[in-house]
Design a protein around this ligand. Structure first.
Ligand code: 5GP
Length: 113
């Protein structure tokens, strides 16, 4: 059963796509928590951080390179932004297809709720 994000990757569910490479897709979050809230996902289905291994770990670098690209595009590289990856229930993960949240466009409080 494909994940929700795989359906977005395959264009079976619509999303505002902002960035794509062979291995990564970035699209707007449907419930934005900041003026810029983008989900950056590997095209390969990996459920959580706990499922990463030596073979798949380089994909994390690809997610961060996509975040860097988005920051430049939104003009927030200097003003700042946040990237977050939730893991499992207490981490607030609701979609079990690894993803990096990219948040920008307002001052983000720390610690988060
Ligand atoms: P998580 O809670 O797993 O870290 O993040 C999942 C994110 O996916 C949430 O921020 C949620 O708003 C977003 N989301 C859930 N369903 C959809 C959808 O159908 N389309 C898009 N673009 N985002 C979604």
């Amino acid at each position: 059963m494909p994940t929700l994000f795989t359906k977005i990757i395959n264009r079976e569910i619509p999303a505002k796509i902002l960035f794509e490479t062979d291995s990564v897709l970035a699209f707007q979050d449907i419930h934005p928590q900041a003026p810029h809230h983008v989900l950056i996902v590997p095209k390969r289905e990996i459920p959580t951080i706990n499922d990463l291994d030596r073979e798949t770990a380089p994909l994390i670098g690809e997610l961060f390179l996509a975040a860097k690209e988005l920051a430049a595009r939104f003009g927030v590289a200097e003003s700042g932004y946040r990237v977050v990856m939730n893991c499992n229930q207490d981490g607030g993960q609701t979609v079990f297809h690894l993803h990096l949240h990219f948040l920008a466009g307002r001052a983000l409080t720390w610690p988060p709720g």
